[in-house]
Structure formats: C-alpha cells, structure tokens
Design a protein around this ligand. Sequence first.
Ligand code: SF4
Length: 305
Amino acid sequence: MQDKTAKFLTGYSCNNYCRFCGDRAYRGIPVKTTQEIMREIKEAKKAGAVDAFFAGGEVTIRPDFFYLLKFAKNIGFQNITLTTNGRFFSYEDFTRRAIEAGISRIIFTINGHNAKLHDYLSQVEGSFKHLKEGIANLRKFGFDNIGTNTVIVKQNYKYLYDIGKLIYRVGIKTACLIYVSSPRDFYKYTPRISTAAYYIRKFLDIGRLDDEVSYAALNVPCLCYFGDYLKQISGTIEENEYSFESTPRLISKNKIEQYENIESKKIINRIKIRKCLFCKIADKCKGVWDIYLKYYGDREIKPIK
Ligand code: SF4
C-alpha cells in the first residue's frame, strides 16, 4: 500500500453548479446510502488505511455528514480530510459540529479572488461570501488545518496570482491549482498551456516567498513550461494517491458508459511525442495529455533544453 489514505466518494449532489464541473451531468444518480458508505469505511479500515478523505459532489449537504465523520473517527481513522465548497461552514453551529465530529483538515474550492468571478463560476450568488464566512468560523474555533483547490479554467487563469494572494492573505498555508479536465467541453474551459503557464508560475512564486507555505499545481497538460518549478508540479494525474478509493455509484448497467466518463483520469492519458526525445526532463515527465494534442495539437510542446 503506497499511501494509507482512503478516499470515499459519497455521490454527485451539490449545492453549487460550477460551470466546469465534469460531474454535473451525473446529479441525477442517487447519492450513496449511509450504509454503503459505512461499509466502504469498514472495508478501507480492514485494508489498512489510516487516514480518510471524503469527497463528493458536496459531502456537507448530506444529512448523515456528522454521523459519517464520527463513524470514521470511531472506527480508528486518524486524519479525516474533506473537500468542500465551504458554504455550509458559514453556519457557525455547523462548523462547531464538524470540528466536534472529528474533522482534521478541510480543503476549500476557490474559483476566484472575488465574489464576481467565484460566484460566476459556481453559479450561486453569495457562494464566495459563504466561503469566506466559513473560513472565519473555522478560525473562530481555532481550526487552522485548511487548504485550497482552484480549478484552472479559461475564465479564471488570468487571476491566478490574485487568487493566490488572497489565499496567502487569509493565512491559508497550502494552495493547489488543478488544471481543468473537462473533455466534453474542452474548448469552453481548457486554456492553452502556453498562455496559462505564466499565471500558474506567478501563483507558484507566492509559495516560494515563504517557507511555511506550499503552493502547487496538479494535472497540467505538459511540463514544458515548468522546468524550474518541477518541485511544485505534478506531471501526472495522481493514479496512486489513495490506498482505497470508492467507485462512483452506478444505478443500472446502461450507466456504465457514464461511469467511464465520470472518472476523468481514466480518459485523460499522457503520451510522449517525438519532440519529447529532445527534452532534458523526459525521464521525469510522463508526457502530454492525449486529449490536449487532439484539440490543440503539438505546437505548444517545447522540449526543455
Ligand atoms: S518530455 Fe515532452 S511533454 Fe514533457 S516537458 Fe519535455 S517536451 Fe514537454
């Protein structure tokens, strides 16, 4: 077992409607039941997992949210991490109960540096305000183990530095960019790497100014523009990140095709092209997204000399 974290996917329901979210098409699939998730938690524990990671959709909107946290804690998971849009944490009582239930780390999704951009992408007016209030509530209870994820899309890449500054200003120490992987709306959301790279590097530079913070980027289509930033970049989709990973819920056999589409990491592969032969970091790089080459070609692929 590479890493002793178990990832639990609880279902696709969400109280935001992020434009770029690849899971929106699956909202109709029922979320997993409490019993199904409890069974997965027990299986993961039995398989030797030590830490738990809950992801949706949006896990906090489940009525059994606190119960599942407590269940995971009581069964012996040490660190319990949650990814969330943060809106429910704007309720002080909700925040207190989540902390009491045993949450250890919270990763908020931040789409923009201000309400205009964040709310535009989440398609919920007030979602940025809720997120900020959520962070403030956690602080009120002395909870500081907070990180952020920001999905890089055409609509926000020019503001990555501003987003990074905001994250730094509110005292969050780990921030992560994730390049959008939305194969069905590729042109609508996927920026060209040659243009986005400058802004990604500016974001990563913030992390270089302070030893106490960690700024990283995952899932960039190629490493060609990040020769000096390799320590902060993941060249591959994290295939082996979890020791136990639950599968999305299926409701019938004819949904299996959807399932294949749901897991973007299953349909975005990396390949090496001829230019890669001349690249200094070819041994470290897993290549370019095949889908990127399909839509944008190889013009931007620049071997590192
Ligand atoms: S190996 Fe290929 S994709 Fe990777 S950085 Fe070099 S040229 Fe770019």
